[in-house]
Design a protein. Structure first.
Length: 84
């Protein structure tokens, strides 16, 4: 999260304001001293203007990646309006 925050040029205070939380909570997340929920990760991704990818490995390791927001391509058989 810190890497993405710096990539988009945000301070911890700016991210905190955009995600509706305190700067101290952002600091704890960036230092790995607390575990975020999926809804919180979603709020953070929105505040960062980023996509969010969460994967869970076979030994329960969790990988969270904030990346550049991509436009979803329509899936065969689905109209674009169904993807919104």
């Amino acid at each position: 999260m810190r890497t993405r925050r710096l990539e988009v040029g945000m301070t911890q205070n700016q991210l905190a304001a955009g995600a509706g939380m305190s700067q101290a909570a952002i600091s704890r997340l960036e230092h790995g001293t607390c575990i975020p929920t999926i809804p919180l990760l979603t709020r953070l991704a929105e505040a960062l203007g980023s996509s969010l990818s969460v994967s869970i490995g076979p030994t329960a390791e969790v990988k969270v990646v904030f990346g550049e927001r991509q436009t979803a391509a329509p899936v065969a058989g689905c109209g674009a309006e169904q993807l919104r």
